[in-house]
Design a protein around this ligand. Structure first.
Ligand SMILES: [Zn+2]
Length: 304
């Protein structure tokens, strides 16, 4: 793999059935497939005699029943969240009720609780505050399900995003929606920030102890540093193409999208505008692009 990303668009799984990823970690895929969730959200069950759950998923009786069947009466000490987007978070209350587990995650405070917001990218996020029982910050460790998790704050896709490194010889990292093998992460304002995303990729690139990523969607990723590097190269190339388009006279984000994403399905244009906006913000922060007024899809841009 060089700068060309060849995504893994197949996945060996059956809805509702646990599949072992490494010894002591099983995955159950929730039945919420879609353009931003691939086959569905992955819920991981970690441990043997006592358990931890990573990402409860989108909720629903069938997924809860499948997880509880796999739990098979064993105690669940904690349910850990990679981030609070609906497809990972909404199943939390019912899973807490069913297990009595404590919740752990970065936590979240929203500017306007109760207001429903759905970004054009489909990265729908929670519209209320989330205060976990155990707040995990960067570098914190959590003993859960008889294992030790180390939290890595990896914002970019979501401001509250954590990757979670698991103790043991397998070098497992739960990479959430920050690094996945089926597609690039959605980085779209206001949830997403390109500067954060690139920093979070750099953080993972330096962690050579990680040997397998277990992402929020899609299959396990082996040789994960190669993927991280490819994503960095991909984003840098995209940024360069955007800057070239602006230098070439495309004076709004929408026009840049028309050049950089030639032939794009009309239904995906708004999402592409947000992705380009995240890049333009990043260029603007570094003084490489000038913006007339507040940044939006139709405001005027020029190269600095
Ligand atoms: Zn997700």
């Amino acid at each position: 793999m060089s700068d060309k990303l060849s995504f893994r668009t197949s996945m060996d799984f059956t809805y509702g059935e646990p599949k072992q990823m490494v010894v002591g970690v099983a995955r159950i895929v929730a039945d919420n497939p879609g353009p931003f969730t691939f086959k569905g959200t992955n819920t991981y069950i970690v441990g043997t005699s006592e358990l931890a759950i990573v990402d409860p998923g989108p909720g629903g009786d069938a997924h809860l029943a499948a997880v509880m069947k796999a739990v098979a009466g064993r105690p669940v000490t904690h349910i850990v969240l990679t981030h609070t987007h609906h497809d990972h978070f909404d199943g939390l209350p019912e899973m807490v009720a069913a297990t009595g587990a404590k919740t752990a995650g970065f936590g979240r405070k929203v500017a306007q609780p109760g207001r429903v917001r759905r970004s054009a990218s489909g990265a729908e996020h929670v519209d209320r505050d989330f205060v976990p029982d155990i707040a995990l910050g960067h570098g914190d460790t959590l003993r859960a399900g008889g294992r030790t998790f180390s939290a890595l704050h990896t914002p970019g896709h979501a401001p509250d995003h954590l990757a979670l490194a698991l103790d043991g010889d397998d070098g497992v990292l739960f990479s959430g929606d920050h690094v996945m093998g089926w597609n690039t992460s959605v980085v779209a304002p206001p949830e997403g920030r390109m500067l954060d995303y690139m920093r979070s990729l750099d953080l993972l690139l330096g962690r050579t102890q990680d040997r397998v990523y277990l992402p929020g969607h899609g299959d396990r990723i082996d040789s994960p540093q190669r993927w991280v590097k490819a994503f960095i190269i991909h984003r840098n190339a995209r940024e360069m193409a955007i800057l070239d388009a602006i230098k070439g006279g495309q004076e709004t984000i929408r026009k840049v999208v028309g050049v950089v994403y030639r032939g794009l399905d009309a239904r995906l244009v708004d999402a592409a505008c947000l992705s380009v906006q995240a890049h333009v913000e990043h260029l603007h922060d570094r003084g490489l692009v000038r913006v007339a007024g507040q940044l939006s899809s139709d405001h005027e841009l020029s190269a600095a």
